[in-house]
Design a protein around this ligand. Sequence first.
Ligand code: ACO
Length: 418
Amino acid sequence: MSEDKVTITLGGKTTECPVLVGTENEYAINIDKLREDTGFVTLDFGYKNTGATTSKITFLDGELGILRYRGYEIADLAEKSNFVEVAYLLLYGELPTTAQLADFNQKLKDNSDIPAEVATILKALPKGTHPMAQLAAVTVVLSGVYKDGAKLTDENYINILAKFPVLVAMIIRNSQGLDFVANDKNLDYVANFLHMAFGKPASDVLIDAMDKLLILHADHEQNCSTSTVRMVGSSNANVYASVSAGISALWGPLHGGANQAVLEQLEAIEKDGGDTAKFVAMAKDKASGFRLMGFGHRVYKNFDPRAKILKKACDEVLDDLGVQDKKLTIAVELEQAALNDDYFVSRKLYPNVDFYSGIIYQAIGFPTDTFTTLFALGRLPGWVAQWKELKENKEPIGRPRQIYLGATVRPYSDITER
Ligand code: ACO
């Protein structure tokens, strides 16, 4: 808390708002008492300027391009850690000891089998159901099997973390009409996921690239899907229902669905003859309603630190796999065109994490419509850690206000008189 106070006087009524200072010197005016004292509320479409909570999990500074989980730089974690260790860090706040990590890994393996009913449900879903719809559906179905999902227990976090890669791999196969591959508990988290998704052992390069991708997606403070998980969790809904809602929020092309949209856009540009200048011009023309997918970010207004790491990883993976693809040439051209164009520069629109992740997923061989499930797999530890924090903080149910702009009271008229 700071010594500063903001005094607001409205309609002759005054309130004093304390100023909260975060550990990274972020300042916030606490308006808790504003409505009670003055009758006014604040209005902030898209919560662009509103802190919905306090959190100890992730710090990001969009201007400086900083992203840290529990104080650790994303670049260090991507280079030196692994996804399971990062999941532990997000959940429990500290890096694990060797024994703690071994125990965590073992528990993830022990709890990874999927109930038979869930596999049956997956098979019974209408053909062509989007992989994100499949994932949201079977995640909430888990609450029918694990009925204590609203409790703040280790079993709950571990159960969902353990089952998720198996579910995502099953969905990736299901959406291609392929049989499921057995869950192999001798393999580690990411290796088993890739084995289950592709039906063959993955190379170390692919395991490393996937691990890095998952780490980079693991948390991103109060974004759309995470806020959704916290909002649903605030009603005391169980962890499966809360995460399922987060999956639905992530699906949209303005959020996680952008990785699919990026590839589809690159495909469309390729089909159209590959003239990137034409599409850059369209993106600048507001009347076209066209946006360059994978460009721009709500908080990163200089560069997305995850994109910087992924650009390097992207070059390495493509090199290692020897992938030659016209779409990749188009992607590089778009990136260069945008980085040198005043429209994009003045609006601080840079390639975001989804621009490069889509390209890597495509090179690894994931079908385009499954890309966002990979984002969900990465984001899961963040969602669960945020759900846990919300409950530990005993936060109240989320319930924003509104400013009503509709009709004022009017008499009901009988249908014969209209
Ligand atoms: N292409 C062209 N113009 C754009 C783009 C884009 N991708 N993104 C923003 N703009 C323009 C807007 O038209 C607006 O222009 P104006 O000031 O002349 O009206 C200006 O840049 C600011 O854009 P906003 O939409 O106000 O920015 P906001 O912060 O609300 O949106 C968002 C951020 C949703 C990411 C946006 O940049 C976008 O739609 N990008 C494409 C989709 C995408 O890649 N999403 C992934 C986000 S990353 C993630 O979820 C992991």
